[in-house]
Design a protein around this ligand. Structure first.
Ligand code: ZN
Length: 399
């Protein structure tokens, strides 16, 4: 089916002004000055479908390590099916799930056309060392491993095997924990060795997959960069030297600010809580200033998981937060053209031969990123299919 979308077009890189975007089947075939005799959908501000480069389909209610792990794959997938629609209705047409029990199945169903939602680039299970922060250590190890959304690996060969297992699941990207988080260690300590990380990168690249590294703290970032990973996730504790190396190697930086602006449900010992506060306020100041000043490729990623606190559908928050450092236009690029480049996919632009993932926004997102809030999303085109965003939001109300 062919149709045209009329409106003021931002193509992911620049403002084109009033245009008609011509869609045929699942592709954008032309940016035109006329409707070419086709059915026209009247939009306002037309932008490429938004991309969340770091999220999880956990399908949980609360944010705690035990619930993340013990929620079954079936329940997680069923709950996340609703989140797929909420993401679509809020303008997100691509998401990268970096570790969950449900994303591979959801990605497959979406690809087959049996369910609607954003395209999912799924990592399948993530890779983590035994006894790391995402390992629920209150459980016996065999039980923890059976319930986990991570493969535990502790040597280069075990990690190679873990990459192969993730690929066997259907992974399109490999996610590795190169450090813990705040939960058990006030000062984040690196996880896995550089040799482990190198083995992971080599094995993933051999299969044509990129590697995303969760890295808290200078040492974990340095290890990841040395090993040749493709995207730094979170990246707390960035330094100028590291940033220069990151830029030189063409690595992307995904600061996931949206997850840190929230009051966490997790409770910490006083000492850890203090350290956590320090690291986060540094992330919102020095880390971001360095990343922007050094000209890093920054992609928008929320680390939302679909819980009450971090619900899918509010993912535009990352764009609002990034805009404080980069301005509205660059923040929008971080969620469109730049994010697509970081993920290595044909999306994020309104351009001939690109996938027809398009959003109409009621108010100009280049004047204020808050205008990307779900209430302002008018309609969404995903793979050339047109959806009334207001209808979807009404039918699949938020938590
Ligand atoms: Zn994450």
């Amino acid at each position: 089916m062919s149709f045209a979308i009329r409106g003021i077009v931002f193509d992911g890189e620049k403002l084109l002004g009033e245009k008609y975007v011509i869609v045929d089947k699942n592709k954008i075939v032309k940016i035109s000055d006329s409707d070419e005799g086709l059915k026209v959908y009247e939009g306002k501000f037309i932008i490429p479908g938004l991309i969340d480069a770091h999220m999880h389909f956990f399908g949980v209610i609360n944010d705690n390590v035990l619930e993340w792990n013990v929620t079954s794959g079936e329940l997680s997938t069923a709950r996340s099916a609703g989140d797929m629609i909420r993401l679509l209705a809020s303008g997100f047409t691509t998401v990268r799930d970096l570790g969950s029990k449900s994303a591979i199945a959801l990605a497959k169903a979406e690809k087959e056309g049996r369910f609607i939602g954003p395209r999912i680039i799924a990592s399948g299970y993530s890779l983590a060392e035994t006894g790391g922060d995402d390992d629920p250590k209150v459980l016996p190890l065999d039980m923890a491993q059976r319930l986990s959304y991570s493969f535990y690996c502790d040597s280069p060969w075990e990690c190679r095997k873990a990459v192969r297992l993730a690929i066997r699941q259907g992974a399109e990207v490999i996610k590795v924990y190169a450090s813990g988080a705040f939960s058990n260690s006030g000062n984040p300590k690196p996880a896995l060795t550089v040799d482990d990380l190198k083995a992971i990168v080599e094995e993933a690249h051999r299969a044509g997959l990129k590697v995303a590294a969760h890295a808290y703290g200078e040492e974990a970032i340095a290890n990841s960069v040395e090993a040749g990973i493709d995207t730094i996730e979170h990246g707390l504790g960035l330094t100028e030297d590291l940033a220069r190396e990151i830029r030189r190697k063409g690595i992307c930086y995904v600061p996931t600010l949206a997850t840190y602006e929230l009051p966490l449900e997790l409770s910490y010992e006083e000492e850890i809580a203090k350290k956590r506060e320090e690291l986060i306020s540094r992330h919102f100041k020095e880390d971001m200033e360095i990343a922007v000043n050094e000209g890093l490729k920054i992609a928008a990623g929320t680390d939302y998981v679909g819980s009450k606190l971090r619900p899918h559908g509010r993912n535009y928050r990352e764009i609002v937060l990034l805009a404080k450092y980069m301005g509205y236009e660059n923040a929008l690029k971080a969620a469109t053209s730049v994010a697509a480049e970081c993920l290595g996919i044909n999306a994020g632009k309104i351009k001939e031969n690109y996938i027809a993932d398009i959003v109409s926004v009621k108010k100009n997102p280049l004047e204020n990123s808050e205008n990307l809030s779900p209430e302002n999303i008018e309609f969404v085109v995903r793979k050339g299919n047109w959806y009334n965003a207001e209808y979807l939001r009404e039918a699949f109300k938020w938590l």
